[in-house]
Design a protein around this ligand. Structure first.
Ligand SMILES: [Zn+2]
Length: 63
């Protein structure tokens, strides 16, 4: 998760955080990012539902 993006509506599902940001053209972007130190999982989705689904189904290799 890059630090210069502003995330709103951040929720946490297991070790994964889901946040909504804007790409500069006013479009929403939904990011799921794992908070486990050595995992590194992070992905962007067009929909909040997609990001939350990814968070729920993420199998963290670190845990
Ligand atoms: Zn993970």
């Amino acid at each position: 998760m890059s630090a210069n993006r502003r995330f709103r509506f951040v929720t946490r599902i297991g070790p994964v955080q889901v946040g909504t940001s804007y790409d500069g053209r006013g479009r929403e972007k939904h990011t799921a990012a794992c908070t486990a130190p050595r995992c590194g999982f992070s992905a962007d989705y067009d929909s909040r539902a997609g990001a939350e689904l990814a968070a729920r189904t993420h199998r963290c290799p670190v845990r």
